[in-house]
Design a protein around this ligand. Sequence first.
Ligand SMILES: [Zn+2]
Length: 299
Amino acid sequence: MNEPSSLVRSPRIELPPGDAGYYYDARVTAGLHGEIRVSKAVADHCTCGGRPPYQIFTGPESEPRWCPCRPYRMRVARVNRLIADSGIPERFRFRFLDTFIEDNPNGQAIPGAARLKAHVSTLIDRFKLDPAMRADRQQNGMRETAPPKGLFLWGVPGNGKTHLACIALNELIFSSARPGKFVGISRKFFQTIRHTFDEASPTHGQAGAIIENLSTVPFLVIDDLGVQRDTEWEVETLYNLVDARYSERKLTLITTNKDVNEIKNLAGGRIYSRFLEMCTIIHMTAADYREHYKKELEL
Ligand SMILES: [Zn+2]
């Protein structure tokens, strides 16, 4: 009877509107990042001291029960693990929308930045777990039969495309507590896949598993698309991945330094036609970003 699953649950905490029960505290106490914490409303209801396994005793003879903080602390642990496993480069981990730059260093608004931020913000809203927000959407009669569109960000190198894609991915994982992956479609990516066909390789036979995982993960960032050598096999591998995500109606974000016209020619146009259906195509032109992010990465 003392199996944890048989413990009595505590009543749910009534969270204030907009409170998901946890938040990202940007204050850096150790290492590179701040940390995810349970919100004040949850902390106020917690009597277990915030220590696993999050149980409380109400009297000397009584059975233990779960502390009401438990589902939120479990979610914090899950989100931390998902972000750690996402493949998001270290310097872009735990980057959220508040780190998105709308002004250049002279304090002038970067053209299109506010619109881009609003666009990403709307996308993230659709995946929020926050019950208040979900109810709100239902009341507004928003029909969500159409899958939300991802982003296809193209433009010259170093203008913040990867940063923006990572912001979106961090936010999506954080708000939904669902998995997401970041993958660079580089020569190394295709080498990794190719090695799985080599009998001597420790990853032999895993190509299917790698592609399957990337095809079905709820959120995927394909970074730096177009640096591959465009061999038929590579293009076909890429097409199969994109097509699988299209069929599964999974959210995909793509960045490329190539001109969009070059992408249009890949695989006889089949890849780009999928992108058109799955993504909003955005040309990121703002040269101001380059200076800003360069500065930031030197910190
Ligand atoms: Zn507690």
